[in-house]
Design a protein around this ligand. Structure first.
Ligand code: GH3
Ligand code: MG
Length: 340
């Protein structure tokens, strides 16, 4: 337990040192000059220093004049010593002086001459206070670390809850949220929002021929293949369910939707994932249906997905490995009726 003592009113007397040793304190530094004392605390004229002694208590022994208060001010002005207990002793018992001693930040005052038993009791109670403060601060630091870890864990879980576990692209829930936001943004900005549904061709047969594990690997490759085609930051790919993916294309007219659809189709072809001999095409392919629309406040938000789905259905009927798009709602509404 380190106690720093500054003796102000009298030359160094061995009695203080032996008193503290006798009371069981073993790390005691006694100073007889204020500048040396402040220097030992690492407080220079700017009040800043890298020196950081571990101090449990400070005692200012023998306050005599008003300028001694500056010493308390200098200690308390340094943030490292804001919680270190300070005991002041003085022969003066004038109420103004005692009041000032506390006002400047001392924790306790003992009038001189003091009874050794009283002084050591006061020191013990100040040290107890310091240890309580240290314990509380350590606990607060621990809580800050734990709470930071919890925040990180929560945001990791939140991110995880929006990812498809197999392909690591966004899941259906993330799509629903993003789609609703993009829809509102398009209404506000009067901009088009495009959508593509992408479905793997004859995927059931792929699973049947190569097994579920190979099917899973194939799904991952297809997801990466689609993602590699999307260049704009706002373009958004999600696994819609099973072997179906959805691509949200903000600010994209139907002509742009068609271009992206064709690029995705080509990209998947270029992967040359061998398919079962039972199907017409040697490699795994995808079929796409797309649409685009300038939404307004009164439009039905699900209309776009239904329209893209209808185009997908149409493309599947055309023979697969192709892209069908239309502008929503006019043309697609009649198509929706046709395929229903
Ligand atoms: P189509 O060309 O008409 O799309 O035919 P399809 O066989 O792809 O369509 P269907 O809807 O009949 O089959 C989809 C298959 O996707 C059924 C299921 O075995 C497979 N599938 C769905 N989810 C998963 C998955 O997570 N892993 C694997 N390996 N297969 C899946
Ligand atoms: Mg399929």
């Amino acid at each position: 337990m380190a106690i720093f003592v500054l003796k102000i009113d009298a030359p160094l007397e061995p009695s203080m040192h032996s008193l503290l040793i006798a009371a069981g304190f073993n790390q005691i530094e006694i100073f007889d000059s204020a500048p040396k004392f402040l220097e030992a605390l690492g407080i220079n004229s700017d009040g800043v220093s890298n020196f950081r002694p571990q101090i449990d208590m400070i005692m200012l022994d023998g306050f005599t004049q008003l300028k001694d208060f500056e010493i308390i001010g200098a200690i308390r002005g340094n943030h490292r010593y804001q919680d270190v207990p300070i005991i002041v002793t003085s022969e003066s018992r004038e109420p103004e002086i005692v009041q000032m001693i506390f006002a400047f930040g001392a924790n306790d005052f003992v009038a001189k001459p003091y009874a050794p038993i009283e002084l050591t009791a006061r020191i013990r109670s100040c040290l107890k206070l310091k240890h309580e403060i240290d314990r509380r601060q350590a606990r607060e630091r621990e809580l800050t670390v734990v709470s930071k870890q919890l925040t990180e864990l929560n945001s990791w879980l939140a991110r995880l809850s929006l990812l498809d576990g197999l392909t690591r692209v966004a899941n259906r829930r993330a799509f629903d949220e993003t789609y609703a936001q993009e829809w509102k943004r398009s209404v506000r900005n009067e901009s088009p929002v495009g959508l593509l549904m992408v479905d793997i061709d004859y995927f059931k047969q792929y699973n049947d021929s190569f097994g579920h594990q190979a099917g899973d690997d194939c799904l991952k490759q297809i997801a990466n293949g689609i993602q590699s085609v999307l260049n704009r930051p706002a373009d958004f790919l999600a696994r819609y369910g099973g072997d179906e993916f959805v691509v949200l294309l903000p600010d994209t007219h139907v002509s742009g939707v068609k271009i992206i659809g064709e690029k995705i189709k080509k990209q998947i072809e270029s992967l040359q994932i061998a398919h079962s001999t039972a199907v017409r095409l040697p490699f795994v392919s995808v079929t796409l249906g797309g649409t685009s629309w300038h939404p307004t406040l009164t439009d039905e938000i699900n209309g776009l997905v239904q329209s893209a789905d209808a185009e997908l259905y149409k493309a599947k009927s055309r023979g697969r490995n192709c892209v069908e798009v239309c502008e929503y709602p006019q043309s697609s509404k009649s198509r929706l009726k046709k395929v229903a």
